[in-house]
Design a protein around this ligand. Structure first.
Ligand code: NAD
Length: 263
């Protein structure tokens, strides 16, 4: 327990269950005194998200589908009604159709699927940032979640890799626009973790295991590590850091050739 987030209010988007990265982050923020609301997509998720929220003292649950303008309008109106002003948003939301997350990128990517992944996984952060900035007259911190598939070719990640590249570029442009308002905007590039989203990627389990095996630390990316980075960025520890993509992946992103490849 600590007080790094004491007096800070915000929104955590993307808790689906207790494996969600958003949940790991929310737990650490709560332990540091943050006051936050959760947004979730669809009534059916409430059954899982409700008890989780309650367990860490989160009282406000807001339904929000990021692809729906009316839903976004209502969600941010509710947030304004609850808090007036906020200090942080954790954006931990992404989606692509399963058939776009396997095999050949060039063969399997459809216009519809490509645009859907871009809409949910990249544009939503632009939209959230614009709306959140209106509630941040005294500055704040916006944090999104990305993955190495934006920079490197990862088997089956395909359309989502392209969407993550757009998300990371968006992070830099949003950071430029909101910088003068003292709003910091950063992305965490997390290593593979066993969540619902990973299960949607063909070979996701194996990707998770191999990422740990080939990493510098020889271990899987921990929820504590990812949440710790989010805490740093969302709290005043992160002052002066903006427009950044921070890798939290046990060093996997710097490996050129796995050590067990014979050369
Ligand atoms: P998750 O499935 O628990 O979280 C994804 C969330 O996105 C869910 O809560 C889901 O309800 C939400 N979502 C999907 N479509 C939405 C929409 N239209 N409107 C609102 N919410 C919507 O999985 P996760 O792994 O915790 O994913 C969170 C973020 O972390 C994603 O951006 C993901 O790409 C990223 N990430 C995941 C990994 C990994 O290996 N799991 C690694 C790096 C980055």
């Amino acid at each position: 327990k600590g007080e790094l987030m004491k007096g800070k209010k915000g929104l955590v988007m993307g808790v689906a269950n207790d494996k969600s990265i958003a949940w790991g982050i929310a737990s650490q923020l709560a332990a540091q005194g943050a006051d936050m609301a959760f947004s979730y997509m669809g009534e059916s998720l409430l059954r899982r998200v409700g008890p989780l929220a309650e367990s860490i003292g989160v009282k406000h649950l807001i339904e929000c589908d990021v692809t729906d303008d009316a839903s976004m309008d209502a969600a941010f109106a509710k947030l304004k009604e609850i808090y007036g002003e906020i200090d942080f948003v954790i954006h931990s939301v992404a989606f692509a159709n399963k058939n776009e997350l396997q095999g050949s990128f060039v063969e399997n990517t459809t216009r519809e699927g490509f645009l859907l992944a871009m809409n949910v996984s990249a544009f939503s952060f632009v939209d959230v940032s614009r709306r959140a900035a209106e509630l941040m007259p005294n500055g704040g911190s916006l944090v999104t979640l990305s993955y190495l598939g934006s920079e490197r070719v990862i088997p089956n990640y395909n359309t989502m890799g392209v969407a993550k590249a757009a998300l990371e570029a968006s992070t830099r442009y949003i950071a430029r626009d909101l910088g003068p308002k003292k709003i910091r905007v950063n992305a965490i590039s997390a290593g593979a973790m066993r969540t619902l989203s990973l299960a949607g990627i063909s070979g996701g389990r194996s990707l998770h295991a191999k990422s740990g095996q080939f990493s510098l630390l020889k271990e899987e990316t921990s929820m504590e590590g990812v949440a710790g980075a989010a805490l740093w960025l969302a709290s005043d520890l992160g002052l002066s850091t903006t427009g950044e993509v921070v890798h939290v992946d046990a060093g996997f992103h710097v490996v050129g050739l796995p050590e067990d490849v014979e050369i």
